[in-house]
Design a binder for this molecule. Sequence first.
Ligand SMILES: N[C@@H](CCC(=O)N[C@@H](CS)C(=O)NCC(=O)O)C(=O)O
Length: 225
Amino acid sequence: MAAPAPVKVYGPPLSTAVARVLATLLEKNVQFQLLPVNMAKGEHKKPEYLKIQPFGQVPAFEDESITLFESRAISKYVCDKYANQGNKGLFGTNPLEKASIDQWLEAEGQNFHPPSSVLVFQLAFAPRMKIKQDENLIKLNEAKLAKVLDVYERRLGESRYLAGDEFTLADLSHLPNTQYLVNGTTVAELFTSRKNVERWWDEISSRESWKEVVEMQRSPPSRNE
Ligand SMILES: N[C@@H](CCC(=O)N[C@@H](CS)C(=O)NCC(=O)O)C(=O)O
C-alpha cells in the first residue's frame, strides 16, 4: 500500500501556534510538508489563504480533502487520526484520560495563554520588530502569569506531568510560549523559581520532538521550505 500523502502545515515555525502543530506531528511521527506564508508581505490576509484560514492567521492545515485551523484543534485531530502511530498516549487512550488532558489543554488556552502570549509579544517580538514595549502591560501580565504558575506548581507537586504520569498534549501545548519566555527574557524566573514548574519545563523541553521544532525555528530545514 502506498504511503499516505504528507499533511500540509502553512506558516512559519517561529509562530507559537505553528510550533504547537509541528511538535504534535513530530511526536506522532506524521509526515508533513511545511509551506511558507510570508506574513511580512501580508500573504495570510490574501483571499486565497482566507479560504483555508478565514481569520487570516497561521497555521492552516490540510490533510487529504479536509482543511483545519486553530492549532489545538489541529493537534487533537492529528492525535485521533493517527492514534496508532508515534506517541500513542499523547491525547489519551480512554475517555477519562482524554478528559483530563482536555481539562489542562483548556487551562493552557484560557489561563496560561492570555498572559503568556502578551509577554511573548512584548518581551520577545517587540524588541525584534523595534516596537516600544508597554511596561504596564508587562507588569500586569507578569502578575497574572505568576498566579497561573502557582496553580501549576501545586499540580506538578502531585503529578509528574499536568494530566498525570505521562507527557501529553496538555504539556506540549505550553512549549511554544514558554520557550520564548525562559530564553533571555526578564520573566524567565517565573518558571525557574518554582521548583516543580522548573523540573517540568526541563523534562518537556528536552523531548526530541521539541528540540527539532527549536532547530526549525533557528534555521528552517530545506525539506520544509
Ligand atoms: N488560536 C489560534 C491563534 C493563531 C494566531 O494567533 N496566530 C498568529 C501567529 S502565532 C497570527 O497568525 N498572527 C497574525 C495575525 O493575527 O494577523 C491558533 O491557536 O491557531
